[in-house]
Design a binder for this molecule. Structure first.
Ligand code: IMP
Length: 421
């Protein structure tokens, strides 16, 4: 019974958290394969808004186990806070969180380096400041600390050595290094009960359990396949599932790609369909497009079909979830980019090789529906122009839409006739 992967088709923030939350009640396991606390998955639990950064939000479903794979990076301080929150909510989590001993640890100095390195760049990436890049840098430079190190005798020595090295790069002479190291270790020790060999366990589980693979960030933030260098340091695409968790290819039966009804991005980098400020701010205010990790206002623009075509191909998307359709409820007209003109030539599929300066997006204009959609649960009951908008996306991408989001809450979701898992 191979699993389902949920991946972002844009630059992250596609409301994957809501789709995962909607589906994860019917899954035995939710597994994260990349990224760390740079992600912010917003979900509602008994009418309380919760934002998870490190632990998969599937933990809110009482029978779902959650896995954090080798491809992830873990900040023990963030992890400890989320455990505390779960405890306060009265959620029974102890036996349902599994952390790979191979995942890497984010040290407090990784966070300092992250901000300092980005500040010095001429073209800022606009990182989340969670220490993601420097932690993956240490991993790939074979200098990092893994979760397994927590249980080893020389852990304190290694943490001290690494933090000293980071402080040297930063040009800082720490006054209380030992205190900082001890405070970090105290949090890291809290991970011990959850450590396991995720690859072995999950490879077995995926044979007879329903597993949902939860991507963080999105296709165009992928370190290899995104808009480099304006990307994150991991592989959010569906292919990342296998290396990130250490499970066999063939473990995925279906890929659901999540895209918003429009496009946003946080931080620097190309954005062909970025709207002028009047439209951008209307989308931003209506869609509450402010970062759930950093609170930063997101850049906003129209839906970019050439991007979805590219993401559809490289992720092998079987069906899409189009989220936040309700943001357009009061719009007279909606533009959708269907092709680009690059140096006089028309191009229908995005490629990260295209430089932003050469791109002229070519738009189709669709009529709005001027009607509230929050309460609608049936595709056929959606206003005709909203149905047309969804059908237009399907026709242009060649990918069926399985689900449509019409609000923030789990139940504000429409299942289309094409939905199948
Ligand atoms: P980093 O992942 O913190 O290194 O940030 C690298 C780039 O990815 C920046 O442009 C961030 O804004 C973006 N980014 C990282 N995580 C997310 C996310 O969860 N949603 C949207 N953008 C993200």
């Amino acid at each position: 019974m191979p699993g389902i992967a949920i991946v972002g088709l844009q630059w992250g923030d596609e409301a994957k958290g809501k789709i995962v939350d909607f589906l994860s009640g019917s899954f035995d396991i939710v597994a994260r394969y990349q990224g760390g606390p740079n992600a912010g998955h917003t979900v509602y639990y008994k009418d309380t808004k919760l934002i998870f950064h490190q632990i998969p939000s599937g933990i809110l479903h009482p029978n779902t186990k959650v896995y954090i794979g080798a491809g992830c990076v873990i900040d023990p301080v963030v992890f400890a806070t989320e455990i505390e929150n779960l405890k306060n909510l009265g959620i029974d989590y102890e036996k349902r969180i599994k952390v790979s001993y191979k995942a890497h640890l984010i040290l407090p100095t990784h966070r300092l380096l992250d901000v300092s390195i980005d500040d010095k760049r001429r073209d800022k990436i606009g990182v989340t400041g969670r220490g993601i890049g420097p932690c993956y840098e240490d991993k790939h430079g074979r200098k990092g600390l893994r979760v397994e190190n927590i249980e080893r005798r020389e852990f304190k020595e290694k943490v001290t050595e690494n933090m000293k090295r980071h402080y040297e790069i930063l040009g800082i002479h720490p006054q209380n290094l030992e205190e900082e190291v001890d405070a970090f270790i105290k949090k890291a020790l809290l991970l011990i009960p959850f450590i396991t060999d995720v690859s072995l366990e999950l490879s077995k589980e995926v044979k007879n359990k329903k597993v949902l693979f939860e991507g963080a960030q999105g296709t165009f933030l992928d370190i290899d396949h995104g808009t480099y260098p304006y990307v994150t340091s991991s592989n959010p695409i569906a292919g990342g599932v296998f290396s990130g968790l250490g499970i066999p290819p063939g473990s995925i039966e279906k890929v659901i790609g999540v895209a918003k009804a429009y496009t946003t991005r946080v931080g620097g980098g190309p954005f062909p369909t970025e709207a002028e400020e009047k439209v951008a701010s209307l989308i931003r205010e209506t869609g509450n497009e402010f970062g759930s990790t950093t609170g930063r206002p997101r850049r906003c623009g129209w839906l970019d079909i050439p991007m979805l075509r590219y993401a559809g191909v490289i992720n092998g998307v079987n069906g899409m979830a189009i989220t936040k359709l309700d943001v357009f409820d009061d719009f007279e007209e909606i533009k959708v980019c269907v092709e680009y003109k690059v140096n006089g030539k028309r191009i229908d599929t995005y490629t990260p090789l295209i430089s932003e300066k050469n791109i002229e997006p070519l738009y189709a204009t669709l009529k709005g529906w001027k009607q509230k959609t929050h309460k609608i649960r049936d595709f056929d009951v959606l206003p005709k122009n909203a149905q047309k908008y969804i059908s237009f996306i399907e026709k242009e991408t060649g990918i069926k839409v399985f689900m449509v989001g019409v609000g923030e809450k789990r139940e504000e979701t429409i299942i289309t006739p094409y939905f199948s898992l």
